[in-house]
Design a protein around this ligand. Structure first.
Ligand SMILES: Cc1cc2nc3c(=O)[nH]c(=O)nc-3n(C[C@H](O)[C@H](O)[C@H](O)COP(=O)(O)OP(=O)(O)OC[C@H]3O[C@@H](n4cnc5c(N)ncnc54)[C@H](O)[C@@H]3O)c2cc1C
Length: 286
């Protein structure tokens, strides 16, 4: 299949890219790694009249770690660069543990962090991670910039975010998480590299054997990534034991409301939530 005809632009500055988006609005699409957009164009599911390729826009491919409390991940940072990041600490570990699940190797070489967030697939690993860590998502247009929390950025309709047609996602700031944090990620897909049927990303703050804070995000159970806030409450203030993990995983399975599709029924997904949350918490607390 070949895409419908389009005009191609390869701006060399951010301002130039933003001006093109401003000029063409709904007619234009940002082209990042192309791993979702190009297949959609080939299937004629997307027919942008104008592509704004951001491959040559400087500065978007950086991971900035100057701030001791957070890391700024540029929109064009590749999945593979996050899988093999040198950030260190719990954030670096969580990015590595999560990145290895994103598609196949060739997709991880080309696909980008920002592209994944903007595409907002309900089963995308980075979207769940951003939701778990309350990422601050940085958006720009010709009028200026705004920062949106991950939970506001993703709308609970598949492939939908609060980005305006003329806005570009330029990066996301993630908390580096202190040494008291433990992190884990678990996913179930039919084959390695496939999109998840269900995935869980967790971060748990511990004081000795006690859990003092918890973040649990799920993918594949709703139109966007969701936080399992009841499960988080079931972890906080409890001892870090197998019983606590089992109880929290059961709560997570109860609080989601998945729909069934060709990949699995609603009950099957609910059961997978229990298993994935258990595995992610076990990995974190091991
Ligand atoms: C076979 C296959 C398997 C895959 N498996 C997985 C998987 O398991 N998990 C997973 O998460 N993904 C998976 N993907 C998708 C892959 O991760 C993509 O790389 C990702 O979804 C989109 O990133 P991209 O850089 O390729 O974006 P593109 O394809 O270039 O763009 C995707 C969308 O985001 C918009 N966009 C891109 N960048 C920006 C920006 N900076 N600002 C505003 N809008 C922007 C584009 O306009 C487009 O609408 C798979 C893809 C394939 C083909």
């Amino acid at each position: 299949m070949k895409p419908a005809a389009f005009d191609y632009h390869a701006p060399r500055t951010l301002q130039e890219a933003l001006s093109l988006l401003h000029e063409h609005q709904d007619e234009a699409k940002v082209l990042a790694g192309g791993q979702s957009l190009v297949p959609a164009m080939n299937f004629r599911l997307a027919r942008p009249a104008v592509l704004v390729d951001i491959a040559q826009v400087p500065g978007l491919d950086r991971i900035e770690v100057d701030d001791p409390d957070s890391a700024m991940i540029g929109a064009r940072v590749r999945h593979l660069d996050l899988e093999h990041n040198s950030i260190g600490g719990p954030l670096g570990l969580l990015l590595a543990r999560t990145g290895r699940w994103v598609g196949h190797y060739p997709i991880r070489v080309r696909g980008t962090f920002g592209g994944s967030l903007a595409h907002a697939d309900p089963a995308a690993e980075w979207c769940a991670l951003a939701c778990a860590l309350d990422a601050e998502i940085h958006c720009r247009n010709t009028n200026g910039s705004r920062v949106v929390g991950a939970r506001e950025f993703f709308e609970q309709m598949a492939f939908t975010t609060c980005l305006e047609p003329d806005e570009m996602l330029v990066g996301a700031r993630l908390p580096r998480l202190g040494d008291s944090w433990r992190v884990g990620m678990a996913e179930f897909a039919r084959r390695w590299g496939d999109f998840a049927i269900v995935l869980a990303v967790v971060a748990v703050e511990c004081d000795g054997d006690s859990i003092t804070g918890a973040r649990v995000a799920l993918g594949g159970v709703a139109g966007g990534p969701v936080r399992a806030t009841n499960a988080e409450a079931a972890l906080s203030g409890r001892a870090a034991t197998a019983e606590t993990v089992a109880a929290a995983a059961a709560v997570a399975a109860e609080e989601v409301d998945p729909t069934g599709d060709i990949h699995g029924s609603a009950d099957y997904r609910r059961d997978l939530v229990r298993t994935m949350v258990t595995r992610a918490l076990d990995q974190a607390l091991a």
